[in-house]
Unconditional design. Sequence first.
Length: 510
Amino acid sequence: MTLELRGITKRFGALVANDHIDLVVKPGEIHCLLGENGAGKSTLMNVLYGLYTADEGEILLDDEVQSFTGPGDAMAAGIGMVHQHFMLIPVFTVAENVMLGHEDTGFAGALDLDKARAHVREVAARFGFQIDPDALVGDLPVGAQQRVEIIKALSRNAKVLVFDEPTAVLTPQETDELMAIMRQLRDDGTAIVFITHKLREVREVADRITVMRLGKVVGEAEPTATNADLANLMVGRAVELTVQKQPANPSPGGLVVQNLRVLDDHDQIVVDDVSFEVRPGEILAIAGVQGNGQTELTEAIIGLQRKVTGSIRLGDTELIGKSVKHIIDEGVGFVPEDRKVEGLVGEFSVADNLILNRSSGAPFFSAATLRRGVLRAFAEERIAEFDIRTQGPDLAAGRLSGGNQQKVVLARELSRDLNLFVASQPTRGIDVGSIEFVHKRIVATRDSGVPVIVVSTELDEVSALADRIAVMYRGKIVGIVPGDAPRETLGLMMAGEMPAEAVPAQGVSA
C-alpha cells in the first residue's frame, strides 16, 4: 500500500505545526522522517493516524483520498502506529491488550481470549518474538512491551506502519533487534515511516530520508549522506557533532556517595545501596534506560528526596539531611530533567529565572529590595554569553524555544562558583545546534576543576562527554567503565549484566 500526504497543514492557534507537507511512502521501504523535537514530525503522524484533523491537505492510500475521524478509521484503512509512549494497559495481559478495541466474543458475549492468544502466538512466531500471551504487560521489560505494540498493529493487518521515536526507551541491543524487525517488515512489503532525531539510526536503517524543520520539509537525503550533512539540514547551518575535550586531569576530593538508598512515597526501593565518587576535573556519566533510579539519585543529591539513607559527602560536608537551599549554597549546580516543570517558572521573565537560586543578598538584593538595574545588566551579560535567543531579559521564559529555555537554566546554574555540577538529561528536546553549545559548556565546567555528573539516556551523549560511565539498572549501579567503553558493553550493563571489564559498584575508585 502506497501512502501519500499532499499539502498537509495543521495549525494550533497562531502556531503552524505542519506547513503544506508532501510525503510519499512506498510499499517495501523504510522512509525516515528526520528532525529535531518540535519540527512537526509527530504532529504530522498524528494527523495520519486520525488523532488530529488537518486544516488543509489530503491523505491518500493507493491513490484514494481518505477521511479519518479517529484512529479507528486509520486502523481500518491499514495504518498502524507504534507510539513513543506505549499505549498499553499494564494490568492487562498481552492478549487482552492486543484485542482491546477489537474484541472477539463467543457464547453470551464472552470475550474469546483463546482466539486472541492464538493470534498473538501466530504473529509472534512469524517474527521470532518470544512473547507469552498470558503475561501481564506491566511485568514485561520495555523491549518486550514494544513488541506487544507491534503485534497490536500487525494483528489489525497494518500495511503502513509508523514508528514514532521507537528507540527512546531501548537498550542498544533492543534497538538493534528493532532495526532487524523493521527490515523484516519492509521485506514483507510493509510501508514503514520511522520518526527519529538520531542520525546514527537513520543512516543504519533508512531507504529514504525526509528532513523537517520548523514544520516544513526542508530537504531529502540518501542514507549515504554524512551525519554533518543531515545535521546541517536539520538545523540550517553547519554543526560540530564531535565533542572536543582533552583527557581528564582529576584531583582528589569532590563528591563521594556511599551506600545510598532512596525509598519512594510507597516505601519501595528506587535507589539501592549505590556508591560512587566524582572527582574535581572529571565527568561521570550515569547511563541506563529511563526509570532505573537515575531521577531519584540526582534528586537525593540536591535534597529533593525525603526517604534517604547512606552518605552523600561533598568535600567535608554531609548533604543528607540538608535543605535544598543549603545544598545550593554549598555550590551545587543542578539542571533537572524537566526544565519546564522543575527548571523554570514560565510566567517569570528570563531575568528573574536567572536568579531563582539567589533570592537574597548581594549583588541582586539590598535591604530585601531587588536591584533591578543590577539584575538587568547581569541578565544581558548571560544572554550574550550563553547565546539565549530572546527579545530581551523581560520576555517570559515560557515563550522561549526549548533550546533557549535550557540555556537559561544552564546560565543560571553555571554563573556562580560551583563545587559540583549535576545535569540530568541536559539536551533532551533541544536542537543539534543547542546540543553542541550545551556540551561545550559542560566540558568547560569540568576543565575548570568542578566535578560533573551527567545523567542521560542518550548513549551517544554519554560516550561523547564521559570520562567514566556508571550504568544503573533497577536502582543499582551495575558497574563503572571508562568513557570509551563500547556500546555493546554499555548495552549489556543496561540490561543488568556486568561484563568483565566493568568495575563493580563497591569499587568505584579509579
